[in-house]
Write a protein that binds this ligand. Structure first.
Ligand code: IPE
Ligand code: IPE
Ligand code: MG
Length: 244
């Protein structure tokens, strides 16, 4: 009798896909340093990898992809590194604008984008304006984003609305509507590559019941096959939400 073994990691069950995947795109610097290259080179390769992974998500039929691109804490880095990251974002958005409608990829930004360069703000406004015109997969880019900052902003805005008689008493649902992620389902799966086992201020409210997947692979090496591996691992989890 022949025994059929499942391939390592098994196959993705298309009927049980996560609706929303969130990724901490971490490990660019170490990827470059291990090759004797400047950290900034790692950010460039990481940005290219983002395209590949986003395309793969779309092909699989994932509805929402949220990526952590720059945190409220990342301003602590050397100025030239921050500048390189911002320039890569500009380049990415500039290129994305021409094809997002054809590819049916909508884009949204989580974070305080008001402090970014004028060029970046214009590109963000443009991508959001284009996104409003059609339906498609949604990519949320967390840029100058911090989970605590997001919660504080929500609290401040709610307090203002309440004082003005414009808000009812708080519920979890009403509070969620004050977050950058308003109207978007919570992530089902959060992926953190690079061997770090922490959230680093990513989606603190939204990950209350997310499944977590950690791997030592650095972000520039986290290719579509690694994503498939993360999804098959997710599909083996038993999500109980406090029940039995
Ligand atoms: C993630 O890679 C990119 C950003 C935080 C902007 P890192 O730059 O943090 O890479 P490591 O963690 O130093 O390897
Ligand atoms: C988290 O990575 C932020 C992004 C990937 C954008 P960091 O590299 O900033 O996180 P820490 O410093 O290791 O916690
Ligand atoms: Mg890092």
């Amino acid at each position: 009798m022949r025994i059929f073994r499942r391939k390592e990691g098994g196959r993705i069950d298309p009927s049980r896909l996560p609706r929303h995947i969130a990724i901490v795109m971490d490990g660019n610097g170490r990827w470059a340093r291990r090759r004797g290259l400047p950290r900034t080179v790692g950010h460039g390769v990481g940005a290219e990898n983002f395209r590949a992974v986003a395309t793969h998500c779309k092909e699989l039929g994932i509805e929402y992809l949220t990526v952590y691109a720059f945190s409220t804490e990342n301003w602590k880095r050397p100025v030239d590194e921050v500048e390189t990251i911002m320039e890569l974002l500009e380049k990415y958005l500039h290129e994305a604008i021409g094809k997002m409608e054809k590819d049916r990829v909508k884009m949204k930004f989580f974070g305080n984008t008001t402090v970014l360069t004028e060029k970046l703000r214009r590109l963000i406004a443009k991508t959001e304006e284009i996104s409003a015109r059609f339906e498609g997969v949604q990519v949320n880019i967390c840029l100058n984003y911090g989970g605590r900052d997001e919660i504080l902003r929500a609290v401040a805005q709610y307090a203002e609305d309440y004082a003005a008689g414009k808000a009812e008493s708080l519920t979890e649902k009403r509070f969620s509507d004050y977050l950058f992620s308003a109207g978007i389902p919570d992530p089902d799966l959060v992926i953190r590559p690079s061997g770090e086992y922490r959230l680093s201020n990513f989606l603190l409210w939204q990950t209350a019941y997310s499944e977590f997947y950690f791997t030592d692979i650095l972000w520039p090496d986290f290719d579509p096959k690694e994503l498939d591996r993360a999804i098959t691992a997710f599909q083996k989890r038993d999500r109980r939400y406090g029940g039995v």
